[in-house]
Design a protein around this ligand. Sequence first.
Ligand code: URA
Length: 193
Amino acid sequence: MDPEYIQKLNQTICQCQRCPLGKTRTKAVPGEGSLEAKVMCIGEAPGASEDKEGRPFCGRAGGVLDEMLALAGLTRQEIFIGNILKCRPPDNRNPHDEEIALCTPYLDAQIEYIKPKVICCLGNFSTGYIMRKFGLAAKVQGITKIHGNIFITTSPYGKIKIMPIFHPAVVTYDINKKPVLANDFRILKNIPK
Ligand code: URA
């Protein structure tokens, strides 16, 4: 463990100009939480609040995430929360493929350092990237189909469980999804970590 490695990585992320989002962001959002986390939650990209504060999930979707983490018996301090993209896409549009390709080496480095036992993929972009990364390309389907499933696979540092979950923002525009999301986080609570 060398926490300086992560400090340096965060500095690099905060100064990054690899893609055009470097020009339009206010603050980059490297991610935060425990560097010894057993659970990582990976979202899509910063929104307006995150872009302003430089912290992941600090806006409305973050409020939902906090509620859900409580159902899973987890705190922000003990997990690590990150994103596929570290900078906000203008108007919260979907990440472009080239942005994902240029930005995900940062996420890969975070995963390699933290070595989580469980990765919760919040939404389609996160699910697609993480499942492909860990050799589960053939099992990738839309989040509506595969949310709540647990995919056990191997990583270079041992067994890892991947769980796709709806993105918490879904609740902010479809309240009927809240029980579904809650149920997935209760499943997360019972996964051995
Ligand atoms: N949505 C995300 O995917 N990530 C954040 O950090 C905030 C909202």
